[in-house]
Write a protein of this length. Structure first.
Lengths: 485, 96
């Protein structure tokens, strides 16, 4: 501590305390819709305060300021650009990327102290370095692999679905552990590299086998790890603020991971060690995922679908991953506006894991100006399906599979699904008969009331729009609206 | 109280606080909450700053710690901004 003035210490302590309080309030507020945006800003302010307090405390010299400016400018600008440019559909990847970056930062601090400053480090700092390198490396490589898999840059290699992966991962963990135990005795030499390489590869080995559907849970868990890595870095440099903030994010992240697992009806253990859903239990799927597995498929044109919509009084859209990929949320909004003008009651059924991660679909539809009130969660919309005339499933698959309720042999059995099979008529808009994320055939497609509309979600929606307009749907607004009243 | 035991108490109480902060989260907020918590975990930039100060004129350590600061700030700035972008869309019609 460079300042010996009592008042100075009091000032920085006070700033730190306020920062911790605001961070805690920020995390708490983020879990309620009403307060979420303000809470996020509050947390950002808290972060600024923490930095200010630290700068007052350490009073950097000119050379230090130069490096601080360089690092801040590069990182801050890159963050600004990434945050501005990223499309909403790519949000999961970006969170993974940011998270990996945070893990790398903790890792670099620990490695830097270990190589260059270990002479002044006591036993506590040395043990913390080992922990920080271990957790930081796993967070970094794990997040990057998660990002690459979500982007489609990486597949799931076959060997990672066999039990070979457990052997490999255990070997890597042992390697890292040996490095960690030896590190305090020799902080600059071989143990550090053993630990670094072992835990980096372990991060890859653990994340690679996990299927795309489970990736959000993994990112949330890795996010919790980066909190732990930050707390460990706090021990390394002796910052209590960092310890408390890292611990808070670490444990809050763990709770969020648990909440997300519950929403997806998965257990954390099966996500981490079970491999990709469907792929590992090949026997149970029975090859039903291939196109040949379907025998009673009815397909129809956009025109037929438009005619059904024109007659309907109540329509429910089920948006899914395919809608997000096709960027079709705006076309969907336009279609529902047209139908509403025609006197049709329109709502959207939102499965908790619709889109690419929980809550993702809400963000996408909000971007297209869909009123919040029309987005109806699964538990509330399910009883409504029997009195629904037309359901249009847009690029969703596993979340509408009736086998999850009725077929105990299905790998999806027990997962809560949208009961669209209760509706009078179901149209499934899909590019092909390929299987969903989970790689499982969907019994919905073969039901008598279901018809497939093959094509890209955006193209199909635009086709429906022009069919409806050519039927004069937009023009008879006033007449039909009066009848409806 | 020794510095170590004090730090361990801080760790323990911080962890307990984190467990209590989040109870029920509507699925709508899973993604923004994860993203916001992720931005906060970038607080490790405090460690980077401390290390830059401690590095003195050791160029290699200055470089490593400045790199670390850059990555941490990338996490913080990017994280808070994308979270804000997501949450900005949740405004209801009646809200100002």
């Amino acid at each position: 501590m460079t300042s010996s003035f009592l008042s100075m210490d009091l000032l920085t302590d006070a700033i730190d305390l306020v920062a911790v309080l605001l961070l805690a309030l920020g995390i708490k507020g983020l879990s309620k819709v009403r307060s979420a945006r303000g809470a996020n800003q509050l947390a950002a302010v808290a972060m600024g305060l923490a930095v200010l307090g630290l700068l007052i405390e350490i009073q950097p010299g000119p050379l230090a300021w130069l490096w601080i400016a360089a690092g801040s400018a590069a990182g801050g600008l890159a963050g600004l650009i990434t945050a501005r440019r990223v499309p909403m559909t790519a949000m999961p990847e970006v969170v993974a990327l940011f998270n990996g970056s945070g893990g790398l930062a903790s890792l670099l601090v620990a490695v830097g102290v270990s190589i260059f400053d270990s002479a002044s480090a006591d036993m506590v700092a040395l043990v913390s370095i080992a922990i920080s390198v271990f957790v930081g490396s796993i967070t970094f490589t794990g997040s990057i692999v998660a990002m690459a898999k979500l982007q489609g840059w990486l597949d799931t290699p076959a060997w990672t679905q066999s039990s070979v992966r457990h052997v490999v991962n255990i070997a890597l963990a042992v390697l890292a552990l040996v490095g960690a135990v030896l590190l305090p005795g020799d902080p600059t030499g071989l143990p550090l590299w053993l630990l670094l390489i072992g835990s980096s590869l372990l991060g890859v080995g653990v994340t690679l086998p996990i299927g795309g559907a489970d990736m959000p849970v993994v990112i949330s868990l890795l996010n919790s790890y980066s909190g732990v890595a930050a707390a460990a870095a706090g021990f390394v440099v002796g910052s209590q603020l960092l310890i408390v903030a890292g611990a808070m994010v670490g444990s809050a992240g763990l709770i969020l991971t648990q909440v997300m697992c519950t929403a997806m009806n998965r257990s954390l253990l099966s996500v981490l060690f079970g491999g990709a859903l469907g792929a590992s239990g090949g026997g149970a799927v029975g090859g039903g995922g291939s196109e040949a597995g379907y025998t009673r498929i009815t397909s129809c044109s956009a025109e037929e679908c438009a005619m059904a919509l024109e007659q309907a009084e109540r329509v429910v859209f089920v948006p899914g991953y395919g809608l997000a990929v096709a960027q079709a949320q705006h076309a969907l909004r336009e279609l529902s506006k047209l139908l509403e003008a025609h006197g049709v009651e329109v709502s959207y059924a939102i499965h908790p894991v619709a889109g690419r991660m929980p809550g993702h679909m809400n963000v996408l539809l909000a971007e297209a100006d869909v009123p919040y009130e029309q987005l109806i969660e699964m538990d509330l919309i399910n009883p409504e399906f029997p009195r629904t005339d037309v359901v249009i499933v847009l690029g969703a698959n596993d979340v509408v599979n009736p086998d999850a309720k009725s077929d105990p042999t299905s790998p999806l059995y027990g997962m809560p699904v949208l009961e669209v099979d209760q509706a009078r008529q179901v149209f499934v808009v899909k590019r092909s008969l390929g299987a969903g994320y989970a790689g499982i055939a969907n019994a919905l497609f073969e039901l008598p009331q279901t018809a497939m509309v093959f094509g890209d979600a955006k193209a199909v929606l635009n086709g429906l729009l022009s069919e409806l307009r050519s039927m004069g749907v937009g023009k008879v607004v006033a007449k039909k609206a009066k009848v409806a009243v | 109280m020794s510095v170590l035991s004090q730090a361990l108490w801080v760790l323990l109480l911080g962890s307990l606080l984190g467990l209590e902060l989040i109870g029920k989260v509507p699925p709508t907020l899973h993604t923004p909450l994860m993203s916001g918590a992720n931005a906060i975990s970038g607080i490790t930039l405090l460690a980077s700053l401390t290390l830059i100060q401690k590095a003195g004129d050791n160029q290699a350590l200055l470089l490593i710690s400045a790199l670390s600061l850059g990555f941490a700030l990338y996490n913080v700035v990017g994280g808070f901004l994308v979270t804000d972008r997501m949450l900005a869309m949740f405004r209801r019609k009646g809200d100002a």
